[in-house]
Design a protein around this ligand. Structure first.
Ligand code: M6R
Length: 631
């Protein structure tokens, strides 16, 4: 959470920082600020609320400073008010700091500083940093000769060693106007290299319109950016030799391209995402070898003697993991547990032998998921071989912290997702699970060659099936949104492999429309939640053909008998389905196992249109952030 950006070079920093922050707003958007060094002074401007508030404040200023730092905030410590917005400064207003993360020992540090006469003006943990930097600069100056060009850097390095927690910082000081120091510890930070200009940012979209040459810092590293270049050191002060690499992201990937919202654009990108996954994970169509999947590139030792799989994830990724469990158990016959990462951390299942642990996180930065994987690795260290950790990640950001943490990654290839509500990355996670489950099934020969071939062939038709229904589903869901924009409660029902899709439909609606929604296994309604139903509570039921179709229709009848308006997501438009559903959103008829790839799309569209109709900020819903890097 929170996005930080920094610039040093030859151009006016302000616009570069503001446009960088626009690309990072998905990380938090309750307040924003920038600090530059102008005419020997720090110029710090902050504003509560969205970035346009900051922009309108800044537009009234004349300032062509070529160095600055910026921040967009998701509040952790202290309310989302201007006085808590970053950058934070020391008492003399000479040092400015932006931070993404949490300083766990800030209370002790604050007390120590207070005892030394420091006064604080915010409720944040971050504010201790500029105070400490200023303090150490004073101490360094007393020690070193006044011309030492290392004082500012050394002061920030000392501070980095004092801090506990997960943080990424950018720091500038009015007394050292040609230096910007960037620090990384357990929170992402990337350095960008332009022509005589250098950048740092929490994520690459903030800088990709200026440069594609980047260097992600590692934990415990800090970079000194000057107009002449970038030097990277570890926290002990030892210079590090690093390799710059080129981004594949292009500036147009982070534009709306004619869509009203990123979320809608991303929903429409799903056929392309499925195609990209098919191309990457499976051998080419027509190639006989294609029958045996799969070029996941995972090491043999990961599979050897596998007895059990456990998956840790949060939010939408957790829903994808539930579909994954279904696929792995049904296709590869391996017992699979799915845990909320935030729960698993503190109450892990007893250790089992020959267990693969998979972390699913689109951002690769979710603190709970990373911590759960870290805990799993630690508790298995030093154990006999069959108990040793086998870790794997499924992520859309292989360069993320997750990518550094686990030895095996399935890259979900969805391209950058800007809308805070996950859509195309969910579909891509499902594709990763299809590939993994089929790979396991092929290796263990738990399904026949014919069945394997049939599923892979059917998967190849999915992009066309999504394309062919998108337009009609969009019209229908837009129409339904008109009726339901003022509804207060929704129920989503599914069974079997579509139960997680009901959960996902409810989550999408909750997070962007602020309407209360529950996802339920259709057969469980009669055990309690049916008491909620009346004419004011619509029910969305996923009724695809297959093992549970009749059961879902019966459960829908039970809801209808309680006066609920029934919306069916179904390929069937006749018989009992036509009787029970008041409204029908058609999906193509496919193998039940593949149906989640189709049924999730109308869920996303329904949530989207209801939120848009209510006039809400679809891409940046209140209280949320795209990657949740705090516990
Ligand atoms: O980056 P991750 O997949 O680890 O994120 C997990 C959740 O925070 C995320 O899925 C969240 O629930 C989304 N807002 C869902 O749309």
């Amino acid at each position: 959470m929170c996005g930080i950006v920094g610039y040093i070079g030859t151009q006016a920093a302000t616009e570069i920082l503001l446009s960088g922050l626009e690309k990072l707003e998905y990380r938090g958007y309750d307040s924003a600020g920038i600090a530059t060094i102008w005419e020997g002074e720090l110029n710090c401007v902050r504003a509560k609320g969205k970035l346009y508030n900051l922009r309108s404040k800044i537009e009234q200023q004349e300032n062509s400073s070529a160095i600055g730092i910026g921040h967009t905030r998701w509040a952790t410590h202290g309310k989302p008010e201007e006085y808590n917005a970053h950058p934070h400064m020391d008492m003399a207003g000479r040092v400015a700091v932006v931070q993404n993360g949490i300083i766990e020992n800030y209370r002790e540090l604050r007390e120590q500083l207070k005892a030394q006469g420091h006064e604080f003006v915010s409720e944040t943990d971050t504010e201790v940093i500029p105070h400490l930097v200023a303090q150490f600069i004073k101490e360094e100056k007393a020690l070193a000769d006044d011309n030492s060009d290392n004082i500012f850097f050394e002061a920030v390095r000392k501070v980095a060693n004092e801090l506990k927690g997960a943080f990424a910082n950018a720091v500038i000081c009015a007394d050292y106007p040609d230096e910007l120091i960037a620090v990384r510890q357990q929170a992402p930070l990337v350095i960008g290299f332009g022509q005589g200009e250098f950048f740092c940012a929490s994520d690459t979209p903030a800088i990709v319109s200026h440069t594609r040459a980047v260097l992600p810092l590692e934990n415990g590293e800090m970079a000194r950016l000057t107009p002449l270049g970038v030097e990277v050191y570890n926290f002990a002060g030892v210079r590090q030799r690093k390799q710059v690499r080129m981004l594949s992201l292009s500036p147009t990937m982070v534009e709306k391209q004619g869509f009203k919202h990123f979320m809608l654009k991303e929903i429409y990108e799903q056929p392309g995402v499925v195609r990209a996954c098919l191309d990457a994970y499976f051998n080419p169509e027509g190639d006989n070898a294609a029958i045996s999947p799969i070029s996941l590139g995972l090491a043999e030792e990961l599979y050897a003697e596998l007895e059990q799989i456990q998956i840790v994830a949060c939010g939408t990724s957790w829903h994808a993991a539930l579909v994954g469990k279904y696929l792995i158990e049904q296709l590869a016959n391996i017992p699979t547990q799915v845990q909320y990462a935030s729960e698993f951390r503190y109450a892990p299942a007893p250790l089992t032998a020959n267990t693969l642990t998979i972390g699913v996180t689109q951002s690769g930065e979710t603190a709970d998921t990373l911590a759960a994987l870290g805990m799993e690795k630690e508790r298995r260290q030093g154990r006999e071989p069959k108990y040793q950790a086998r870790l794997m990640g499924i992520t859309n950001r292989p360069e993320s912290s997750l990518g550094h943490m686990v030895p095996h990654i399935i890259n979900t290839l969805a391209g950058i997702e800007i809308g805070v509500a996950a859509t195309k990355t969910f579909t891509a996670q499902l594709m990763a699970f299809y590939a993994l489950a089929l790979d396991l099934a092929a290796r263990r020969q738990t399904i026949s060659r014919d069945r394997l071939e049939e599923i892979i062939n059917d998967l190849r038709h999915i992009p066309k099936e999504i394309e062919s229904t998108l337009e009609s589903q969009e019209k229908l869901t837009e129409h339904l949104a008109h009726d339901f924009a003022e509804t207060q409660d929704f129920i989503f029902l599914g069974r079997g492999i579509n139960f997680p899709i009901a959960l996902e439909g409810a989550l999408k609606l909750k997070e962007i429309s602020y309407i209360h929604a529950e996802g339920y296994p259709a057969g469980e309604m009669k055990h309690g939640p049916i008491a909620l139903l009346d004419a004011k509570v619509p029910v969305v039921a996923i009724a695809t053909t297959g093992s549970v179709y009749e059961k879902v229709i019966s459960n829908a009848q039970e809801a209808k008998a309680r006066d609920s308006r029934l919306i069916g997501v179904t390929p069937v438009n006749q018989g009992e389905a036509a009787d029970v559903f008041n409204d029908m959103i058609p999906v193509s008829e496919v193998d039940e196992l593949l149906s989640p790839l189709l049924t999730v799309v109308p869920m996303q569209l329904l949530a989207y249109h209801i939120a848009a109709r209510r006039g809400l900020d679809v891409d940046q819903p209140r209280n949320l952030a795209k990657s949740v890097t705090v516990e």
